[in-house]
Design a protein around this ligand. Structure first.
Ligand code: SAM
Length: 271
């Protein structure tokens, strides 16, 4: 299968990899309040076998492992990510890591009680094939869960900055080979896989300006890099940052974009 850029910088330097891992750590922390209720809803606590596909650095897998006594398998196509995940998850005896492609999941049919992914479909070359594969390895009566997949077309943001907003409203994701509108496609992907499907939006809470500011300052290097890659000059970036931070300090900034989830039940063949 031909490879596009999958959210991880290709031919990356150690510095780029560190930035990416830092961003994943922040994301995992900030989205725990959306994901954990979903894990509980689909029965992670009582599951015997769970698979996390596209686990990255393992920070989301850690939340799952903390909730269950079952065995948690986690896989990613990137050897580098699996190396990081090994460190992040080293205290868990019930977590098993593997390198593998989500388009050809290296497990047998009908194996897992729950097969889950987080922020994977937006970076997948063929998201339909990934969901089909997740269904294949899930047992009958089991659950396929996509816990967070954003839709940047639904981004609401004020005050505006026309130069920068379009970059963060999808352009940057597209440039990196991702699909900024994957959220709205989740229902179709799950239904076409033959799953009994429920979709929803996980993040109904609007962050405070203090939360937005803390997130930005932690991930600042990453955002500046994205703006540089998009061709903005140092002056333009400085001006944007000044205005953005001022609106946060003035307590008037509002930022929201929907994070969709999908829960799919693999129904038994006899009903
Ligand atoms: C944005 S990261 C999310 C990581 C993790 N799920 C999280 O939420 O922190 C996307 C991950 O998907 C992995 N990935 C992308 N395409 C993949 C594929 N076809 N098979 C397996 N992993 C893939 C990348 O290597 C990366 O680690």
């Amino acid at each position: 299968m031909s490879r596009r850029y999958l959210g991880l910088p290709r031919g990356r330097s150690e510095e780029e990899l560190d930035l990416f891992i830092k961003k994943l750590e922040l994301q995992a922390k900030e989205t725990a309040e959306e994901r954990i209720p979903l894990y509980l809803k689909v029965g992670v606590k009582d599951a015997d076998l769970i698979l996390d596909v596209g686990c990255g650095s393992g920070m989301v897998t850690r939340d799952i492992a903390n909730l269950t006594k079952g065995e948690v398998f986690a896989m990613d196509e990137s050897k580098e990510m699996i190396k990081v995940a090994k460190k992040v998850l080293k205290e868990f005896d019930n977590v098993h890591l593997a390198v593998g492609d989500a388009h050809n999941i290296p497990f047998k049919d009908n194996t897992f009680d729950i097969t889950t992914c987080n922020l994977l479909l937006m970076w997948s070359v063929d998201p339909q094939r990934v969901v089909n594969e997740m269904k294949r390895v899930t047992r009958e009566g089991g659950i396929v869960l996509a816990s967070l997949e954003p839709d940047f077309g639904g981004k609401v943001h004020w005050p505006e900055n026309p130069k920068v907003d379009r970059i963060f409203a999808g352009e940057a994701i597209r440039r990196r080979g991702g699909d900024p509108h994957i959220g709205r496609k989740l229902r179709a992907l799950f239904v076409r896989a033959g799953l009994e499907t429920e979709v929803g939006i996980g993040n109904t809470r609007i962050w405070t300006c203090e939360e937005d500011k803390a997130y930005y300052l932690h991930a600042r290097d990453y955002y500046i890099k994205v703006l540089r890659e998009a061709g903005l000059s140092h002056e333009e970036i400085d001006q944007w940052e000044y205005e953005y931070l001022k609106s946060l300090d003035d307590g008037i900034q509002l930022n929201f974009f929907p994070q969709f989830y999908a829960i799919g039940k693999k129904v038994k063949k006899d009903g």
